[in-house]
Write a protein that binds this ligand. Sequence first.
Ligand SMILES: C[S@@+](CC[C@H](N)C(=O)[O-])C[C@H]1O[C@@H](n2cnc3c(N)ncnc32)[C@H](O)[C@@H]1O
Length: 214
Amino acid sequence: MTEKRKSGMPVAYLLGRREFYGLDLSVDPSVLIPRPETESLVDLAIERNPGSVLDLGTGSGAVALALKFHLQETRVVATDADLAALQMARRNATKLNLDVEFRHGRWFEPVAGERFALIVSNPPYVALGDPHLPALRFEPKSALQAGADGLDAIREIAREAPAHLLPGAWLLLEHGWDQDKAVRDLLADAGLESLTTWPDLAGIARVSGGRLQS
Ligand SMILES: C[S@@+](CC[C@H](N)C(=O)[O-])C[C@H]1O[C@@H](n2cnc3c(N)ncnc32)[C@H](O)[C@@H]1O
């Protein structure tokens, strides 16, 4: 373990676990290590107390499981394109005895024809060639990288979201420190309203959202 740590492997992978929003989650290199800043996304989702929520790109299941833990009456659906990640998310759900529906596929593919009272996502948002990428080399590229400007995933999610939101429902997206304006523009292009950006606990613009007209 010491040798692996010296080579830069994150402690969470060495231990096989990471705490997120008070939950003890199992992790391995098939999933992104849940980050404290993503807890802001969970806070905003809990405040809305939705009847149903969709978590896109669930990874270890962090966001979906934290939501189910705190919103027991809410139906929680979570998707990921990576089968190994979904397997880890299911393992975490079983361990925590939380009833989340996990589905495999690209973004909205597994929820065709369905609408939700809230959609949340912490999608990949790092630009190709970003200087932070070497430090993140132990985590799956598919969880991090999203095209030349880091916005490919957000572009796709924003475009398709209105067909899966109930009237008045919010789409909340985590993004990089310098992407808030670009993300609000994409949400506006998709026809969403009440566009807002919220800071994380470090004061960095971290989550942007918009809602479908009521
Ligand atoms: C930044 S990670 C977030 C993981 C977890 N939600 C969290 O906050 O810790 C992004 C996730 O999106 C998934 N993903 C990437 N491209 C996808 C796609 N086209 N469709 C669905 N999921 C995708 C990755 O497999 C990864 O699990």
